[in-house]
Design a protein around this ligand. Structure first.
Ligand code: ZN
Length: 55
């Protein structure tokens, strides 16, 4: 009796994390969540300083 396993593949090109800015069209793809947060914080600080201060 054959057993088919579905959904067992790990998609190598889908490992990144992505974040969009709530305030503009900026978005970022990074390898890890901490790197993404750092990028997003840097974007907020330079482009939306008021939002960054609130965060
Ligand atoms: Zn933005």
């Amino acid at each position: 009796m054959p057993t088919y396993r579905r959904g067992g593949h790990v998609r190598g090109d889908d490992d990144g994390v992505e974040r969009e800015c709530d305030l503009c069209d900026w978005h970022c793809v990074a390898d890890s969540y901490p790197a993404l947060v750092r990028e997003y914080q840097a974007h907020l600080r330079s482009d939306h300083p008021k939002a960054w201060l609130r965060a």
